[in-house]
Design a protein around this ligand. Structure first.
Ligand code: UDX
Length: 429
């Protein structure tokens, strides 16, 4: 949706295809099925200008197009590998409708070698190899800032065996004035996985250093600032917290690990990255139990805890691999009653986390009612300037467990709270 809307905004005619009729109807009537800043306006504007339409018909879209982007899901299979059935179905549908030379661009995150697989599927369906080219053009946008990332990308990666096809795709991005890396298909495919794996490694690394900070007088925020000031390292993705979630990092780390193992070149550092990430929530919940809990089978029985932020990151309603799921379940298992709040993701969260012992609230202050602790799980902007005095008056015990380090210890202790954050010893008022 984001890529299509941006290409339409640059003046191209774009036809979006989905197998879900409801989604297509929503989009054609000017709606937007997900929460993503700036996207609804962009979709509406280009729909109105007649440059953007949506259909469930692959043939209709293929016949009218010169370039066809495949942006389908590539979900994980049990052993951590990648299920390519949606890629295969899309390639088959495209092959059956192909009427002249077209460029097929794979934007989905796929294992090395998928470009060749797409080529084989298309040829198997009777299309001559001269009637199409396959290009790999991985997607690097982040949820919550997808439109910005698409309009101002750090780089465009285009991989293809065909110089002609690569140049045509490059033209499509010309107006963005972004650095363009033209390479072979397999390198392009690996660039995507390696980028995500490296970013996840940065996060797990800083989280492991945060664990060490908690055993010393060091403060992870100061450490990250100092480390990130080295231009060889850079400050981005050194935010210590509850670990990475979302639809990409966890899945992509598993896929790269599995693929590298299969090829006999295991990237074993990723085992440690994953292990550190898996340990974030249990470790944090243990700190909550150590502070609030009794030594019984249900250490938090009789306690109410407020949880702020449910989506996997701010500015999205996406709950995939959100840390709130694990945290809410762990706190419930320890016997706590929960009062939770999210600015956008409440309905999606309710479907996944359930209602048992959990009250979904209309504001952070309502979530704080009768609570012995507030847990910050997602760093929504809305939480940064909460009225801490008002929050405190709602609570039974004024304690904040900040899983994303959104406050400074002084700010919170001055307001009379006990404060537990990531990578720093606890602070008292
Ligand atoms: C990621 C990649 O950044 C993007 O390039 C790719 O196209 C898709 O996957 P996304 O999952 O949308 O994007 O969000 P991102 O901002 O990368 O955050 C991923 C996870 O890492 C979140 O759970 C976030 O909370 C966590 N994170 C991020 C940290 O814990 N610390 C940080 O410093 C940064």
């Amino acid at each position: 949706m984001v890529t299509g809307a941006v290409f339409a905004d640059l003046g191209n005619d774009v036809i979006g295809v989905d197998i879900d009729q409801n989604r297509v109807d929503t989009l054609n009537s000017g709606g937007c099925p997900i929460h993503e800043p700036r996207l609804p306006e962009l979709l509406k504007h280009n729909l109105r200008e007649g440059r953007l339409t949506f259909t469930t018909s692959i043939p209709e879209a293929v016949l009218k197009s010169e370039i066809i982007f495949v942006c389908v899901g590539t979900p994980p299979v049990e052993d951590g590998g990648t299920n390519l059935s949606q890629v295969e179905a899309a390639a088959t549908g495209i092959a059956r409708a192909l009427n002249s030379y077209k460029i097929i661009v794979n934007k989905s995150t796929v294992p090395v070698g998928t470009g060749d697989f797409v080529r084989e599927v298309i040829e198997k369906n009777g299309v001559a190899s001269t009637d199409f080219d396959v290009v790999c053009n991985p997607e690097f946008l982040r949820e919550g800032q997808a439109v910005r990332d698409t309009l101002q990308p750090d780089r465009i990666v285009i991989g293809s065996a065909s110089e002609k096809a690569a140049k045509i795709v490059q033209l499509l991005y010309q107006a963005l004035n972004a650095p363009c890396i033209i390479t072979d298909t397999q390198s392009a495919e690996l660039i995507k996985y390696a980028s995500n794996a490296f970013l996840a490694t940065k996060i797990s690394f800083i989280n492991a250093v945060a664990n060490l900070c908690e055993k010393t007088q060091a403060d992870i925020r100061e450490v990250a600032k100092g480390v990130g000031a080295d231009s060889r390292i850079g400050p981005a993705f050194l935010g210590a917290g509850l670990g990475y979630g979302g639809s990409c990092f966890p899945k992509d780390i598993d896929a790269l690990l599995q693929a590298s193992r299969k090829l006999g070149a295991e990237i074993s550092i990723l085992e440690a990255v994953r292990a550190e990430n898996d340990n974030r929530v249990p470790r944090f919940v243990q700190r909550i139990i150590d502070r609030l809990g009794a030594t019984s089978r249900l250490p938090l029985e009789g306690k109410t805890i407020g949880v702020l932020g449910l989506s996997f990151k701010p500015d999205t309603d996406d709950m995939r691999e959100a840390k709130s799921i694990e945290i809410c379940h762990a706190l419930r298992e320890a016997g706590a009653e929960l009062r939770v709040y999210d600015p956008i993701a409440t309905e999606n969260a309710r479907r996944i986390i359930g209602d048992e012992g959990i009250e979904y609230c209309q504001s952070p202050y309502v979530a704080a009612k009768g609570a012995s602790g507030i847990v910050i799980v997602t760093e929504w902007r809305d939480f940064i300037q909460l009225n801490l005095n008002r929050l405190k008056t709602e609570m039974v015990e004024p304690i904040i467990f900040d899983g994303r380090n959104i406050y400074s210890p002084e700010q919170v202790t001055d307001a009379g709270f006990e404060y537990f954050s990531i990578g720093k010893t606890p602070a008292k008022p």
